[in-house]
Ligand binder design. Structure first.
Ligand code: 5GP
Length: 184
């Protein structure tokens, strides 16, 4: 099989991780594309599950060797989608990428049949509250992330679908419906 590609974007703190976790529990035929990043792991993040945590030197080497489908530098860190791993997963699964809009724009160009889904917070105020309650991000990072969130939210216009995460169950159901429509 050659699986379908799904991109999910949404500002940090929007609850994408929770939504994706629930979506993947429901669909065993869906695999998560594990990105490489230079940022430090958060508590509970596992190497090879949430991210591959790499040094900036290794990240640059991956760029030079063309190892990424797409990559971006933001929030003082590098983030990229390793191409080989993605191709391998697509042989047996549909694959979901959790990446931000610049990366999503590159995926759209390189893989025009990918489905792009944008998860919206109920409001920027609610996003700020969620970011603070997470408690693992310092004030400077919160401000950088909020600034970026405002920009990201403007990008939703060119995504295929926008889903608001004001009610987790409904958001999960809507994402599952979109995937079913494309993949089943
Ligand atoms: P976080 O540091 O909160 O895990 O992620 C910050 C942002 O980086 C999120 O918007 C996430 O979607 C994005 N991101 C994660 N992996 C990648 C990637 O491989 N490429 C791109 N372009 N963005 C990524």
């Amino acid at each position: 099989m050659s699986g379908k590609l799904f991109v999910i974007s949404g500002a940090s703190g929007v609850g994408k991780g929770t939504v994706l976790g629930r979506v993947m529990e429901e669909r065993q035929d869906l695999a998560f594309s594990v990105s490489a990043t230079t940022r430090a792991p958060r508590p509970n993040e596992v190497e090879g599950v949430h991210y591959y945590f790499v040094t900036m030197d290794r990240f640059r080497e991956m760029i030079e060797n063309d190892e990424f489908l797409e990559y971006d530098l933001h929030a003082k860190a590098g983030y990229g989608t390793p191409l080989k791993q993605l191709e391998e997963k697509l042989r047996t699964h549909h694959v979901v990428l959790d990446i931000e809009p610049k990366g999503a724009a590159i995926v759209r160009k390189k893989r025009p049949d990918a489905t792009l889904i944008f998860i919206m917070p109920p409001s920027v105020q609610e996003l700020e509250r969620r970011l603070r309650s997470r408690g693992d991000t310092d004030e400077e990072q919160i401000q950088i992330r909020l600034e970026r969130a405002r920009w990201e939210i403007e990008q939703r216009s060119w995504y295929d679908y926008t889903v608001v995460n004001d009610d987790l169950d409904r958001c999960v159901r809507e994402v599952l419906n979109i995937i079913a429509e494309k993949a089943d």
